[in-house]
Design a protein around this ligand. Sequence first.
Ligand SMILES: Cc1cc2nc3c(=O)[nH]c(=O)nc-3n(C[C@H](O)[C@H](O)[C@H](O)COP(=O)(O)O)c2cc1C
Length: 344
Amino acid sequence: MEELPVRLEEWKWVFKKSLTKAFYLVLLLRFKVEIYIFQMVDLSVKFCRVEFKNPTVLASGVLGVTASSLKNVVRNGAGGVTTKSIWLQENVGHKNPTMFGTDHYFMNAVGLSDAGIEKALGETFPEYNKRKPAPIIASIVAVKIEDFGLLAEKISEGNPDIIEVNISCPNVEDKYGKPFACSLVDAAKVTEAVKSRTKKPVIIKLSPNVNDIGEIAKACADRGADGFCVINTLGPGMAVDIDLRMPILANKVGGISGPALKPIAVKCVYDVYKATGLPIVATGGVMTGEDAIEMMMVGGRLVGIGTMVYYRGVSGFKKIVKEMADWCDKNGIHKIEEIIGVVK
Ligand SMILES: Cc1cc2nc3c(=O)[nH]c(=O)nc-3n(C[C@H](O)[C@H](O)[C@H](O)COP(=O)(O)O)c2cc1C
């Protein structure tokens, strides 16, 4: 009779130990199942000699200001990230409201606000590169061609994997004139200026607001561009609040992104791939894994994703990667690179 409390204690101890074991077993199984799901298809992609674990990349201007925000996007599934466009000096941007969304499209006139390159070199890059979780693309923007060259040289000190040259933002036209991406000669000159000042791979971000995007891409390729980001926002467009009888955006006009942009982006990616065969970050209206597959089939090697975050949240990256993997499994694709440019 006296032994009973001791045995009870023993049983409790055994029970506790089994529970802990069971807990770890469930954890291990879940982990293994996840690995199994992602091992069915190899989603990794090489882009300008840089290895990405999957083709999704955060597009410039969305969640790309601080290192912690960029790292959070990677934690949520993105294969790589792009910074917000960085200027030589601070740029204030437009007044609020700067953006709004509907079921069909999104419109923004942020006006390329940025703290300038010194902050990026002092904070964003060193912090991101400490235990770097995925490749980082540095987006640069300037008004003068020679400033693009200087920016490229300076930003290389931050050790980004790739430099993206933003010559295509439509919502600063009133302030700075037509973007360089709308002129064959200017686009080529900027490419040359940047390439002469850095050894990093250089991709040029093109605009859909041109007659022949393939021709512009070809001119940049001839001056040494290593690849492209296709496309920036469309427009500018305009929307009116009919109750207030005034434009919704303080800037009156803004660049269009989101679902409505996708068919235009698909056509632009197709044209640029046909004209140059160079690697492309296919960007514009990607909301689902199927959208991303479509972009790759017309020539996208990576897929840029921005406005999706407004519709599905940042965890949408993980969902899109899963949707891509599911599609590949169903269609017998073992390596995602197999589908790049299959649409002729
Ligand atoms: C709020 C917002 C800010 C943006 N800022 C930039 C920017 O700083 N530099 C740039 O090159 N593109 C910028 N873009 C354009 C996106 O990078 C992308 O090219 C475009 O939105 C189309 O892709 P999406 O439909 O996936 O958003 C911005 C877009 C949005 C919606």
